[in-house]
Design a protein around this ligand. Structure first.
Ligand SMILES: NC(=O)c1ccc[n+]([C@@H]2O[C@H](COP(=O)([O-])OP(=O)(O)OC[C@H]3O[C@@H](n4cnc5c(N)ncnc54)[C@H](OP(=O)(O)O)[C@@H]3O)[C@@H](O)[C@H]2O)c1
Length: 318
């Protein structure tokens, strides 16, 4: 039987999400990898317990995280039953719909049919009656934005999600979404986009500025560039238990001599300041004005423990 650490809220690691009533931890835990049916449940459980015991109360999921699709949410359901049910109202659980989930034309993208059915399935897998945050996972150029957004409004009005988020939509569509939702009294809580020292797209395309300007939260995903911005690949070889060894989402050819050179430079700078490359990379994202939180992945408790130093050691400035 799991009992959460009584000192889990000792450290002030929380930032307000835009102008909302919600505080999020500077580090949030992502379930994209390491929580699927192919992973050891015991290890997933240890990582989730460690996170919660240290005040990381935001878990980020999506319908298709696994593999197999849906299995990360099933792991979340098991965690609810085994550990977290007594703590449900301390947790901020997010899921998403929009990427490939089941066969046929209703299994992905942004139709009302897909979003509503997908969230029903997510709730069943996670053994929850609502999520705290429901995202449109990607922009659908072929479905009217009004259809996607109205389905999201109705999901909140039905009590199946407390807040709404947008992930990976282009700026113009994101602006439209923000206006549409605020006119319907369901203000947008947060935008989720990729942000790390190697990928500054949301800075260059104005998304982060828009969030700041409109007081919408921003949460960055892949802050360690899937492990590139750690000591995982610094020596130029590919550890057999690493994400790159799986050759699916992080390919061998990402590790170019130019990139390795850059990683060594950053690692040197980090070391001179008493930091690891991973800590420096997380600090860098958390230093960007307008960033509420970063979603990290971890394949072990040790990785999460190391990464948490960034959230714990920094002053809460943003
Ligand atoms: N909205 C979207 O479309 C979207 C897209 C992608 C991700 N996300 C969200 O963002 C979350 C995080 O993404 P991510 O997993 O790519 O994040 P990440 O933090 O950039 O990468 C995590 C991976 O880096 C390695 N790692 C982490 N800490 C390490 C350390 N201290 N030392 C060495 N290696 C370390 C581990 O890989 P190894 O397996 O090599 O150990 C770990 O699984 C996802 O789980 C998901 O919730 C959202």
């Amino acid at each position: 039987m799991y009992t959460a650490d009584v000192s889990r809220y000792t450290h002030d690691i929380y930032r307000r999400c835009g102008m909302s009533g919600i505080l999020l931890p500077k580090l949030s835990l992502g379930f994209w990898h390491n929580f699927g049916a192919i992973d050891s449940y015991e290890r997933s459980r240890q990582i989730a317990h460690y996170a919660f015991d240290h005040g990381i109360i935001h878990f980020d999921l999506a319908n298709n995280y696994g593999p197999s699709y849906g299995s990360a949410e099933e792991t979340m359901g098991r965690l609810m039953d085994d550990s977290f049910r007594p703590y449900r109202d301390e947790l901020f659980i997010a899921t998403k719909a929009g990427y490939d989930m089941w066969p046929g034309p209703y299994g992905n993208w942004g139709s009302r049919k897909h979003l509503m059915a997908s969230l029903e399935q997510s709730l069943q897998r996670m053994h929850l009656d609502h999520v705290d945050l429901f995202y449109s996972h990607r922009f659908d150029p072929n479905t009217p934005m009004e259809e996607t957004l109205q389905a999201m409004v109705d999901i909140v009005k039905q009590g199946k999600a407390r807040y709404l988020g947008i992930s990976r939509w282009p700026l113009k569509a994101f602006e439209f979404a923000n206006q549409y939702l605020s006119q319907r009294d369901v203000p947008l809580l947060i935008y989720q986009g990729r942000l790390n020292m190697l990928n500054k797209e949301v800075i260059d395309n104005g998304i982060l500025d828009y969030c700041k300007h409109k007081n919408i939260g921003f949460i960055g995903f892949s802050p360690l560039a899937q492990g590139l911005l750690t000591d995982r690949y610094l020596h130029g070889n590919i550890p057999t238990d690493s994400r790159m060894a799986k050759e699916k989402f992080l390919k061998h050819d990402a590790l170019t001599p130019e990139l390795l050179h850059q990683l060594h430079e950053w690692n040197k700078e980090a070391t001179e300041n008493g930091l690891s490359l991973a800590e420096r990379a997380l600090d860098w994202v958390l230093e960007q004005e307008g960033v509420t939180s970063v979603i990290v992945g971890a394949s072990s408790v040790e990785q999460l423990e190391k990464n948490m130093k960034a959230a714990y050691n920094r002053q809460n400035k943003n």
